[in-house]
Design a protein. Structure first.
Length: 112
């Protein structure tokens, strides 16, 4: 499944990472988008639509400045393992931009 947010990039298939979308920019920078990163990205698009263009712009800047990037759900347990690649979570990007979404799924602080 291709992600429409990345349609400006050339997609390619990496048989060693078949579950993650792989893309290449016009300048030759390569990056991967793990499904869990994409789910988080879509959450920001839904909950903070006014900030979403800034997030996508920052993703493009990260790709171009690092040239080899894996956008992961959890950098400690990535699906894609590539030597020399930089790993970024959606929180890394959003936090840098001061875009926050409150996690309302956590348990209550009150006991029974």
């Amino acid at each position: 499944m291709l992600y429409p947010e990345f349609k400006q990039y050339k997609s390619f298939y990496d048989k060693s990472n078949p579950l993650c979308n792989a893309y290449q920019s016009e300048t030759g920078a390569v990056f991967y988008v793990e499904p869990s990163f994409y789910a988080g990205l879509r959450g920001f698009e839904e909950k903070r639509p006014n900030d979403f263009p800034a997030i996508m712009k920052r993703i493009g800047e990260i790709v171009e400045s690092n040239r080899e990037v894996v956008f992961v759900g959890d950098f400690e347990h990535p699906f894609v393992n590539k030597d020399g690649f930089v790993y970024r979570e959606i929180g890394d990007i959003a936090d840098q931009l001061g875009v926050f979404v409150e996690d309302k799924n956590r348990p209550s602080d009150y006991g029974d």
